[in-house]
Design a protein around this ligand. Sequence first.
Ligand code: SAM
Length: 289
Amino acid sequence: MNLCDVKTIKHIMNVFEIKFRKEFGQNFLINRTVVEDIADNCADSTDTSILEIGPGIGPLTTELALRYRDVVALEIDHGLIPVLKYTLGEFANVTVYNEDVMKADLDALLKPYFDKGRVSVCANLPYYITTPILMKLLECGLPFDYITIMIQSEVADRLCAKAGSSNYGAITAVLAYYGVAEKLFTVSAGNFMPAPKVNSTVVRIKLHKNKPYAPEDEKVFFRTIKGAFEQRRKTLPNALAAAFGELSKDEITAAIVSCGHSADIRGERLGVAEFVALSDELNRLIKAK
Ligand code: SAM
């Protein structure tokens, strides 16, 4: 069964009496080569379990099941569960849960798979919730090898931006703390049904096994990044003065200068290592209060 074939998709949807649900970001892939390319590139060992988010009717799930040890797929739309039973029935290595990934206990769910060995994530993500899902995957602390996601191209540009460029933002710096992101390829809107208004890009994130950065206080580190970009047009002392009410602007400026930056620098010029150094400086000031 070719689950990327438009006639097949329409037939399945008719038989199971389901419709595309916009509120769940349902844009199904209709190009099998794209699906195969994503599956080929989302892990470097077949001895890997894959967490898939949003299997839809199962085209990517099928290709993942053919290549890797197991697939555990979380699908929010209960109407798709009987469809997935039908389309994936032949695969003993696939387990589908009717779950919202944002509410799922990933630790408990994936423990048996981590006990077996490597685990990576692979997904054609719903656009409406890309960043929260990515943040959950990063912040949950599970040692995934890779997170490979198809997302809106503009978001991909932000994730992979260089410090100082217009696309560089808080999410870029936060992501660089957890791993290294690379764009694999772009997929035009015509490869989906229904076609979205924007193009998509597949991004692969290789998570650091041992983080190269160790801020003294992670909370202060994330506050520093968030504060630096919340008021993007402001210089860093002004932006951080708004974020760190417990410190004076003079103290913040002194911390920035002591890290080797000029007092009128903007946050978008700082790479992740520089944010770590600055947050350590701010942390020392806060602790001395
Ligand atoms: N993987 C399929 C494909 O490539 O054709 C479908 C991808 S579609 C862009 C996104 C899928 O994620 C849909 O099946 C949708 O129902 C599901 N989804 C949306 N929000 C979700 C959530 N919070 N948790 C789990 N699945 C979700």
